[in-house]
Ligand binder design. Structure first.
Ligand code: BTX
Length: 325
């Protein structure tokens, strides 16, 4: 809005100085209540403002923005991220990527948004994607693989995210089959892989990643506080989201090339080394039933193998996993 713009101008013209509500109201030509309301909105958008009695307000920290240029700076990939669509706010980067993929955009095209208003998980679940704090990104790939192998790409993406986090933080993430990345048992990243296909021919695979980076615990809605976490919560410092995006794209491209050339086996070995559930007793909730047993590993196709208590082996293509121990 006009007031917000003038408010930000006033702060930038008086860098590091405290500006009182009255001074701001006078300069901008609005009420003090309007100033107060806009200060609250800035806070919601990731600005940190200090308020001192009898002195006024001062901006301590502006939200770190991610621009396409900033991501590109220092990106050494061949395909991934060579075309970046950066959006301030979208319903879902998956939807935008689907449209671009449909329009034959090049392989490796990436969609990044600062905020998603309708971020989605699997099975119509919601993915909470507030402004400036996380990485909400969709990547278009066009692998020439048969349709049933598509879920392998989720596993490849998970390995790429783990490698990026290990490169840039001191944290040790673990993968929960098929699509969650956890730190200390809490969800830090979710991955959603969707397809555009005709008959049994894949046209594009759209890999969506939601990575919680700079949220504080109180930034999560109450129902997620027990189950979700961010890199900042775990390590106690803020991270550059563009550096993480670059690292994820670099690792993903490397793994993707290995996959295209040598198949899933080398990826499987890596994936299993990061997996949390292998060897443990788990409960797999599929659409039709619940299977409890020991997770043996994944097949060369990326399908989860569970041995139930009677010794029967089940092959799980899609499910929600709960650790029983
Ligand atoms: P999922 O179905 O495995 O997980 C969704 C569940 O995760 C929700 O029901 C909720 O319990 C929990 N959840 C929601 N938001 C968060 C969050 N920010 N952090 C931790 N837990 C959360 C996981 O689906 C796949 C998510 C992919 C999200 C990306 S973001 C970019 C792209 N665009 C889009 O709309 N989705 C993908």
């Amino acid at each position: 809005s006009e007031i917000r713009k003038k408010l930000l101008d006033a702060f930038s013209n008086n860098e590091d100085q405290y500006l009182s509500g009255q001074t701001l109201a006078d300069t901008i030509g609005c009420s003090r209540t309007a100033i107060w309301k806009h200060i609250e909105e800035l806070r919601k958008d990731g600005f940190e403002l200090e308020a001192i009695r009898n002195k006024g307000y001062r901006i301590v920290k502006t939200p770190e923005r991610v621009s396409a240029d900033e991501i590109r700076l220092g990106l050494k990939t061949k395909y991934l991220g060579q075309s970046i669509h950066y959006e301030d706010a979208v319903d879902s980067t998956q939807r935008v990527a689907h449209r671009l993929a449909y329009d034959q955009s090049m392989e490796g095209t990436v969609v990044v948004a600062e905020e998603q208003t309708l971020g989605r998980g699997r099975m119509e679940r919601k993915w909470y994607s507030p402004k400036y704090t996380g990485i909400w990104m969709s990547i278009i790939l066009r692998p020439k693989i048969p349709l049933p192998k598509a879920p392998q790409l989720t596993l490849i993406a998970a390995v790429a995210v783990v490698q990026a986090i290990e490169e840039l933080t001191e944290l040790t993430p673990q993968i929960k089959w098929p699509n969650d990345i956890l730190i200390n048992g809490k969800k830090m990243t979710g991955i959603l892989t969707e397809l555009q296909a005709e008959a049994d021919q894949i046209n594009s695979v759209i890999i969506g990643m939601g990575i919680n980076v700079n949220q504080k615990l109180e930034d999560f809605p109450i129902e997620l506080r027990e189950i979700a976490t961010s890199l900042a919560i775990e390590q106690g410092v803020y991270f550059s989201r563009s550096a993480i995006i670059r690292s994820v794209l670099t690792h993903l491209e490397k793994l993707y090339f290995i996959y295209i050339e040598k198949g899933f086996f080398p990826i499987k070995i890596l994936w299993e080394s990061y997996a949390i559930s292998i060897g443990k007793t788990i409960k797999a909730r599929t659409l039709s039933n619940v299977i409890e047993g020991k997770a043996l590993g994944i097949t060369d196709d990326g399908v989860l193998r569970i041995e139930d208590h009677s010794g029967e082996i089940h092959y799980i293509y899609s499910a929600d996993i709960e650790l029983s121990e």
